[in-house]
Design a protein around this ligand. Structure first.
Ligand code: CO
Length: 134
């Protein structure tokens, strides 16, 4: 059901410093920061030949990333995103298998302008999983 790896998201305490590491030390192409208040993050996209890395910095008091940062002060891998062809079919299949879909279970528009859902990390090897319809 899942297709390509769309991106790996890394939560960071300082987006400018993290961008400099990826741009200057690792020599990657890094986008300008994009604030996504509805998701509680500011994001930078790192374009790699075969996938993307998203650097996430908490935005606002209700940020879903804020709690993660409390236990990962220097940053850490936050989630992994797999592509699916049909997000509603994927959701229904996952729920039928007993997986927990976060939120109200309705897809939201993610950072790339495509519908996304998040799946409970305890059901997926301790990793928060995002699925994105491409
Ligand atoms: Co993501």
């Amino acid at each position: 059901m899942i297709g390509r790896l769309n991106h790996v998201a890394i939560a960071v305490p300082d987006l400018a410093a993290a961008s400099a590491i990826y741009r200057d030390t690792l020599g990657a192409r890094v986008s300008a920061p994009l604030a996504l208040p509805e998701h509680g993050v500011t994001v930078v996209f790192v374009e790699l030949p075969n996938t993307k890395i998203e650097l996430l910095e908490p935005l606002g008091p209700g940020s879903p990333v804020a709690k993660f940062m409390e236990s990962n002060a220097s940053g850490g891998m936050h989630h992994i995103c797999y592509e699916v062809d049909d997000i509603l079919a994927a959701r229904d299949r996952l729920k039928a298998q007993g997986a927990r879909v976060l939120g109200d279970g309705e897809p939201r528009i993610g950072a790339h302008g495509k519908p996304v859902l998040f799946l409970h990390p305890k059901d997926f090897c301790g990793t928060l999983v995002e699925i994105e319809q491409v």
